[in-house]
Ligand binder design. Structure first.
Ligand code: IPD
Ligand code: CA
Ligand code: CA
Length: 264
């Protein structure tokens, strides 16, 4: 049984509402894929619409809180101690290609500290949620990070830089180093779900560079509350959001050591 705060429930309700709009649009994408224009503009509109729904729902319940939004940028609230950090659609490329692996990510920051996180995967109806000190949950089930402790058995997640992003050569170095030691490396295309799945014990470790705070803020709360460790790639905490390294305690340390050997 999840005993969540009222505000946490408001966050999950907002995520579900925005997800209904995304789901409708996801159905449309399949039709648009075959049109000459393609779904790119349509997806941008879907993304904005989801963000608007989230802002509307959350502001209605907590009018003074600020926002850090992927699409809308920073909105200062009258209450300077609280802000929501939101990625309305994480996994945009998947969405655009009609691949059902994307999520809505909402975090709450209080006095500069991440205290609550919600990541909702509409395709699987999986609601990942965590509040500081109250544990992490998938729907109503309590989450723990995995107990796998050897690199040989570890399944890792990562992100591959794409066109317009820096760090291609560095990524190849890291992959070359790490992939020789582990059971597998996945790149599924949603940083938020990578962290949620790590919290759920599906992945044992995760690293990625050149992210933004909205990609990972909710996931950080989930991983911590599921008993995992999270920092930037060099092991520095608190994170500024630009790079991330996470795992169960043991794999986190092993992965950090491997990455250190190929550090830029
Ligand atoms: C992206 C996803 C992806 C990560 C990219 C992000 P978006 O977010 O989280 O997994 O590798 O760096 O930009 O653009 O789909 O919201
Ligand atoms: Ca996004
Ligand atoms: Ca994102």
């Amino acid at each position: 049984m999840v005993i969540a705060s009222g505000l946490h429930n408001i966050m999950t309700a907002a995520a579900r509402k925005a997800a209904r709009a995304l789901n409708r649009d996801f159905g449309e994408v399949e039709n648009l894929l075959v049109s000459k224009k393609g779904p790119a503009d349509f997806v941008t509109a879907a993304d904005r619409m989801a963000e608007e729904i989230l802002v509307e729902e959350l502001s209605e319940s907590r009018p003074g809180y600020g926002f850090l939004l992927e699409e809308g940028g920073e909105i200062k609230g009258t209450d300077p101690s609280h802000r929501f950090i939101i990625d309305p659609l994480d996994g945009t490329s998947n969405f655009m290609h009609a691949i059902p692996h994307f999520a809505i990510s909402i975090a709450l920051e209080r006095n500069g500290e991440l205290v609550s996180g919600v990541i909702y995967d509409p395709s699987r109806d999986e609601m990942f949620r965590a509040e500081k000190g109250k544990g992490a949950f998938l729907n109503d089930r309590r989450l723990r990070v995995s107990v796998r402790t050897t690199m040989e058995t570890a399944l890792l997640a990562t992100g591959i830089p794409f066109m317009g992003r820096p760090g291609h050569a560095q990524f190849l170095k890291e992959l070359h180093k790490v992939s020789q030691q582990v059971a597998g490396v996945r790149r599924f295309g949603s940083a938020a779900l990578d962290l949620a799945w790590l919290a759920a014990g599906r992945y044992d470790g995760y690293w990625e560079r050149n992210l933004q705070l909205w990609d990972i803020a909710a996931g950080i709360v989930l991983v911590r509350e599921a008993g995992g460790t999270v920092s930037d790639i060099t092991g520095k905490k608190p994170l500024d959001g630009t790079s991330i390294l996470a795992g169960n305690e043991v794999i986190y340390e092993s992965l950090k050591a491997e990455l250190k050997q190929v550090a830029p």
